[in-house]
Design a protein around this ligand. Structure first.
Ligand code: M6R
Length: 611
């Protein structure tokens, strides 16, 4: 998730673009840049790091042209360096583009362009697009962009410019957002409305497959197939802060609702039938076949994603898998045998404990694989391989979309390794692949469904907000989800909650269950369904008030529970990606009812870089 900005008008472009990028920093901030058409050349300024670095560069010398593009980056391909920062230009610097999204067939395109003699200055997928546009150009930028994107697949919003047409910007939207702002004799393009609000409130949101050509006197919209598009602009009445949150009251809620997109992005270009391609994974099939042990190490939410991974890897791959809190691991003396792999999971890639735990296993000979959301983060520096989670910038301290993306990364690994090891036959691999592909739509429908999972969570959240102690139970993968549901609740609502395997209740915690004690049960795993129901009956008999998370077509669960949060049916293996959603919403609404500071809970930080 990156932020892009474009300007055509009578004023110097650089300060307007910089101001817009500042408003888009919530979308990513690991590097930034601008390109401005200035006296027959394209002048670029780019800098890794926060936007202030670009601001300093522009303070020293800003190009003075009146048409330009800018970008604030959240890296997906290539580390956050000056070279990988956008805009990207062709070697002659005759064309420049900014891009938000992922070019799915970037490997093939890059190979093709390299074979044709093109050289690349960055590791980004974006750079292939600017080469394609340069290749296709024969005097009409819009036509060149149209033909270039016709060769690319994936999700993108891009804005292109060329020295040959120094008063023209061409932009295309395919899945990633793009908005046009209409000012007085000037036109703006941006990834989000916040970037426009300092200049105009008249906006038009582009739709997938649309293209716009902007010159000083004209804004021409059309579909990629050339059909003209006529759509009215509208007036925005949000303030900047509301706009940054996309109209949601908190980033946490916005990020929960982003999960369908995050899952889709995480799968983009990686799953083809049952074939799994992971860009930064370099091991060969022999390594997968000879794998004897998987270690998983992480903290907090990332650890809970790893707990689900442990269940899934053992179940699917039949490889012994151990999930260990990194802060425990680092002071243990782990026995690391041959042929092991360590999955170090961390949204930030900077968590001190995770780095230390991962290093220890690496030093003892385990192949280190980072699963992280931050390209070029510390963890990636000494990992042998990386699987990036593509969740985009996560602002809320309470992690939601990054958790889901961590699950998807592990599913992809399991699907790939399972096939190499021959433990997943074609039919089973196909079932998993199809179920994965269905997930974005299922999460979307869960969040949108008419009866309203969010409404239900709000209603139940208001009741739970009155309680002191809340218990979460489940078995197997459902237990893994229960741990995350419980953490979400406690970290933002400040209520005591704990999660335990459903079978553990009777060994002590049952003593705490009295009339009205809330117990939240996740019950999606068919092989232990009845066992979990027995645990429910035990708590019900002691007066507990039970909320279940269960499949839509589960008609039995309501006999043992007070309320049911329904999720679409999927393979049991994949249910965590769905069952976590109502629990995230529940936690959110409990905290909201209690009037708490949801995005920045007390005593917590987004990434814990000290021991
Ligand atoms: O950046 P990391 O994934 O390594 O962070 C690990 C934990 O600090 C983090 O997941 C924390 O538990 C979250 N605030 C939970 O919402």
């Amino acid at each position: 998730m990156c932020g892009i900005m474009g300007y055509v008008g009578p004023r110097p472009a650089s300060p307007i673009i910089l101001q817009g990028l500042k408003r888009l920093e919530y979308r990513g901030y690991d590097s930034a840049g601008v390109a401005v058409a200035d006296d027959g050349v394209i002048e670029m300024r780019k800098a890794a790091g926060k936007l202030e670095r670009l601001a300093d560069l522009l303070d020293e010398s800003a190009p003075s042209g009146r048409l330009g593009i800018g970008h604030t980056r959240w890296a997906t391909h290539g580390a956050p360096t000056d070279e990988n920062a956008h805009p990207h230009a062709d070697p002659e610097q005759a064309f420049a583009i900014v891009h938000n999204g992922i070019i799915e067939n970037f490997f093939e395109l890059k190979a093709e362009l390299t074979a044709a003699g093109r050289t690349f200055a960055s590791e980004t997928d974006t750079e292939v697009l600017v080469h394609l546009i340069a290749d296709e150009y024969d005097g009409d930028l819009a036509e060149a962009v149209r033909r270039a994107v016709g060769r690319a697949t994936g999700a993108y919003a891009l804005v292109a410019m060329t020295v040959h047409e120094p008063d023209t910007l061409v932009a295309v939207r395919m899945i990633s957002p793009l908005v046009i702002g209409f000012g007085d004799g000037e036109t703006f393009l941006a990834s989000g409305i916040p970037a426009l609000l300092d200049h105009t409130r008249e906006v038009l949101v582009m739709e997938d497959g649309e293209m716009v050509t902007i010159t000083p006197g004209e804004v021409r919209m059309e579909k990629l197939d050339g059909t003209p598009v006529e759509r009215e602009s509208f007036e925005v009445d949000w303030d900047v802060e509301q706009a940054e949150k996309g109209g949601y009251p908190h980033f946490m809620l916005k990020e929960i609702f982003e999960q369908p997109r995050v899952i889709a992005d995480s799968l983009l270009g990686r799953l083809d039938g049952t074939d799994v391609t992971l860009e930064d994974v370099t091991w060969d099939e022999e390594f997968e076949r000879s794998l004897e042990k998987i270690w998983i190490t992480a903290c907090g939410t990332a650890f809970h994603a790893g707990l689900a991974g442990k269940e899934m890897f053992e179940g699917l791959l039949r490889v012994p898998t151990e999930a260990v809190y990194a802060h425990e691991l680092r002071y243990r003396d782990p026995i690391v045998g041959p042929n092991s792999m360590t999955l170090a999971i961390s949204q930030s890639g900077e968590t001190a404990d995770t780095l230390a735990g991962a290093r220890l296993l690496h030093e003892r000979g385990s192949r280190l694989v980072a699963i992280t959301n931050v390209v070029g983060s510390a963890l990636t520096h000494y990992s042998d391989d990386v699987v990036y989670t593509r969740a985009g910038l996560e602002i809320s301290v309470a992690s939601t979309k990054a958790y889901t993306a961590m699950l998807i990364a592990q599913y992809l690994l399991a699907l790939r390794i399972g096939q190499s090891r021959g433990v997943l036959d074609t039919a089973m691999a196909m079932d998993v692949a199809r179920a994965l592909e269905a997930l974005p739509g299922q999460v979307e429908s869960l969040l949108k469904r008419e009866e309203g999972i969010d409404e239900m969570a709000r209603y139940l959240g208001a009741q739970l907000a009155e309680k002191d102690d809340i218990y979460f139970i489940g078995r197997g993968l459902d237990y893994a989800v229960a741990t995350e549901g419980s953490l979400k609740l406690k970290e933002i609502s400040y209520l005591h909650s704990e999660a335990m395997p459903a079978g553990e209740l009777k060994h002590g915690t049952l003593a705490l269950i009295t009339e009205g004690t809330p117990v939240i049960v996740v019950n999606t795993q068919q092989h232990v369904y009845d066992k979990t129901v027995s645990a429910l009956q035990e708590v019900k008999a002691r007066g507990a008030s039970v909320i279940a998370v269960a499949y839509d077509d589960d008609t039995e669960i309501e006999h043992y529970t007070d309320h049911v949060l329904r999720i679409p049916r999927t393979m049991d293996l994949l249910s965590p990606a769905l069952s976590i959603v109502p629990l995230q919403l529940l936690a959110y609404h409990v905290a909201d009812t209690r009037g708490l500071e949801i995005d920045q809970p007390r005593n917590l930080a987004k990434s814990v870089t000290v021991e």
